[in-house]
Design a protein around this ligand. Structure first.
Ligand code: ZEM
Length: 288
């Protein structure tokens, strides 16, 4: 049968189920490799997908997750990317098992897996990123600086094409993970469940009293009640700024609204600057 042999020898075009297999392998490794940080590589994978994408500049069309240029110095050595080698190395065995997937697709898909496996919203995703070489690396300074204020947040996320509402929603990812003194210099988790995606970050911003942490490290806030949590200056800017605060309060009150608006904004983030040839997005099945 000619059709069958043509199919067997033609170029491999991955379908949804092939990407679901990649999803399942990343999810499996998240469970298997639980001896890291608070017990999960999930948060650092969410951050890898964000830093791969958040270099986008809408004026020049440069940066973004197409290219996966964080594989190369100088981009891998940019201060903001300190520690993301853990995430890239975690995904290397997945790339070996599924060599047909581009790094850009793998890193963004890993961000989707991490959010969903940490009980967050479904994140519709589509393939199409192509790896590029070192010449496509973006200049340093495109990612946000945590020591700054609302003006800086608007400048950085505005350059990517986000509005106030989307900026606040995206920052809700700080319900996950922690800061590390040997990476950013900051220290500690934002909330009490750093490996579960929730709206707790927003609830704590509204309900808790935050004061400067007394230490020799960079200026950061600590909660008045337990002194075990932290907020960055840019996090507090979300309640100091009236327009941002409206959204913080909406998300603190209604976790369903936060989940939906976060999902929409994260989909947009992961797609910035990618020359897609398909419209259709896949919604992957989460593990049991
Ligand atoms: Zn973060 N982020 N981020 N962020 N971030 C850190 C950690 C994590 C800012 C920032 O400077 C920092 C978004 C927005 C902004 C995550 C996701 C997302 C850390 C600590 C810093 C300093 C790094 C360390 O020491 O390991 C600033 C200034 C932001 C905007 C104003 C957005 C948007 C995110 C995703 C959508 C995540 C998941 C972490 C935790 C990483 C980990 O390893 O646990």
């Amino acid at each position: 049968n000619g059709d069958v042999s043509a199919k067997a020898t033609g170029p491999f075009v991955p379908a949804k189920e092939d990407y679901q297999n990649v999803y399942n392998e990343i999810a499996r490794l998240l469970v298997e490799k639980d001896n890291y940080d608070d017990g999960s590589y999930g948060p650092v994978l969410v951050r890898l997908a964000w830093h791969a994408s958040g270099t986008y500049d809408k004026e020049t069309g440069t940066g973004g997750s197409n290219g996966a240029t964080m594989r190369f110095a100088p981009e891998s050595d940019h201060g903001a990317n300190a520690g993301l080698k853990y995430a890239r190395d975690f995904l290397e065995p997945v790339k070996e098992k599924f060599p047909w997937i581009s790094y850009g697709d793998l890193w963004t898909l890993a961000g989707v897996v991490a959010i969903q496996e940490m009980q967050g919203p479904a994140i519709p995703w589509r393939p199409g990123r192509q790896d590029r070489d070192v010449s496509a690396c973006t200049p340093d300074g495109r990612l946000p600086d945590a020591s700054k204020d609302q003006k800086h947040i608007r400048a950085i996320f505005g350059r990517m094409g986000f509005d106030d509402r989307e900026m606040v929603a995206l920052c809700g990812a700080h319900s996950l993970g922690r800061a590390h003194t040997d990476r950013s210099g900051y220290d500690g988790p934002w909330d009490f469940s750093p490996t579960v995606f929730t709206n707790e970050f927003f609830r704590l911003l509204v309900d808790e009293k935050w004061g400067w942490k007394k230490w020799n490290g960079p200026a950061q806030y600590t909660d008045n009640t337990t002194k075990t949590l932290m907020m960055l200056p840019t996090d507090l800017a979300l309640v100091k700024d009236k327009e941002f605060k409206k959204h913080v309060e909406r998300y603190a009150k209604d976790s369903g609204v936060f989940f939906q608006e976060f999902s929409d904004a994260y989909v947009k983030l992961l797609e910035l600057g990618v020359p897609f040839t398909t419209e259709e997005r896949f919604v992957f099945k989460s593990s049991e």
